[in-house]
Design a protein around this ligand. Structure first.
Ligand code: ZN
Ligand code: ZN
Length: 375
């Protein structure tokens, strides 16, 4: 049993011929097809209201059928080749379930209802897009070429990714909504109209400068205040960096970061188009700087946070501890004396003395247990 639990968190060797790659592909396509089929089936519950207007069922349904067929095909192959036929069989069963749900009555998901929802569509779409971008990119330009696609801790990180995407409404409920409710009590300030009237590109730059200043100090506090470090240690517990490592964040940290990010956005009154452009850009960038990539960006590396810069932040090497706090602009690390950019690249990652557990539940409880122990 303990071996099984340990294996669950280890990496998976996808060398061709063992049926492991096809098992992984089958589970990937079949489980995402099942989630997509659920979106078609009950769109009012499983899709994001802002996205519904963009969906075209006539185009999406054949895509779903193709994904189901791929999931089933890889499942069949994995069942024959993989030492444990259970993976392939599970993939095939999930594909059949997706086909059954997806072949029923398909509602056009263009529903304006804004009741409680789970963003299954947001999760499926972002996972597919990011996997399509980052898996080939990390294969072609790997910083650590020996690292597997399904590296140590990938299941845990995938769960974090799932939660932060499906739970957007829940996260907004604790972050955006309190700020909006509070600001609605006060009248619109004239400077907000002035801010929103500026060119979008200028607002975009101002957003980067303002939000990054706040998040620099929050991040630094998370490292330098021992009680807060126990929360942030979860993010640093990743021992192998890749694009999915960006998702590993304690719920408390997600809420604090979003709140701190949204507060200046709403108080200063930036135009929605600038805010959307900023949010899409910054979300993609956060994933990019965790990726297993060896690009060094000769001049840009001093101006913008790159994988090289943020990998040093995650490094467990002595000289790199508590350095490179900025999310986007290393300028703040230069100003406040925390920049670390040597000539070579970081090579070891993880927390130095915190025994952070492997699973998501253990990680959620870790800070609370640490606080109780200290008293
Ligand atoms: Zn940190
Ligand atoms: Zn990070």
């Amino acid at each position: 049993m303990s071996k099984l639990l340990r294996d669950k968190y280890e990496d998976v060797d996808l060398t061709p011929g063992q049926g492991k790659g096809s098992a992984a592909l089958s589970l990937f396509f079949s489980s995402l097809s099942l989630l997509a089929a659920l979106c078609f089936w009950v769109p009012a519950l499983f899709t994001t209201p802002e996205f519904r207007g963009f969906y075209n069922p006539a185009l999406l349904k054949p895509l779903l059928q193709l994904a189901i067929a791929i999931g089933f095909g890889f499942g069949l192959y994995a069942m024959l080749r993989h030492p444990s036929p259970g993976y392939g069989l599970t993939g095939m069963l999930l594909a059949i379930l997706a086909a059954l749900i997806g072949s029923g009555h398909i509602e056009a998901p263009n529903i304006a209802s804004r009741n409680l929802y789970v963003g299954l569509d947001y999760f499926v779409l972002t996972l597919v897009i990011l996997a399509l971008v980052f898996i080939p990119l990390e294969r072609a330009f790997a910083k650590d070429p020996t690292q597997n696609i399904l590296r140590k801790g990938w299941i845990t990180d995938l769960k974090y990714f799932m939660f932060s995407h499906m739970g957007v409404q829940l996260i907004s409920f604790f972050t955006v909504i309190p700020i909006q409710v509070f600001l609605h009590q006060v009248t619109t300030w004239s400077f907000q109209l002035w801010v929103a009237a500026q060119p979008i590109w200028l607002q975009f730059i101002e957003l980067l400068l303002v939000v990054d200043f706040g998040t620099y100090w929050i991040h630094r506090a998370m490292h330098e205040i021992p009680a807060l470090w126990k929360i942030h240690a979860i993010h640093h517990s990743t021992e192998q960096m890749n694009w999915l490592a960006s998702s590993r964040l304690h719920l408390f940290e997600i809420l604090v970061n979003r709140f701190a990010g949204y507060l200046p956005i709403f108080v200063l009154g930036f135009a929605p188009s600038a805010v959307y452009a900023y949010l899409v850009f910054i979300s993609f960038h956060a994933i990019f700087i965790h990726a297993n990539l060896r690009f060094r960006f000769p001049l840009l590396r001093w101006v913008l946070a790159t994988p090289e810069y943020h990998h040093w932040h995650h490094s467990s090497e002595d000289e790199a501890i508590d350095k490179n706090y900025a999310g986007f602009l290393p300028l703040y690390d230069v100003l406040f004396g925390t920049l670390f950019m040597p000539k070579h690249l970081a090579s070891r990652y993880g927390t130095v003395s915190d025994p952070v557990p492997d699973g998501i539940v253990g990680q959620f409880l870790y800070p609370f247990k640490s606080w109780l122990k200290r008293q």
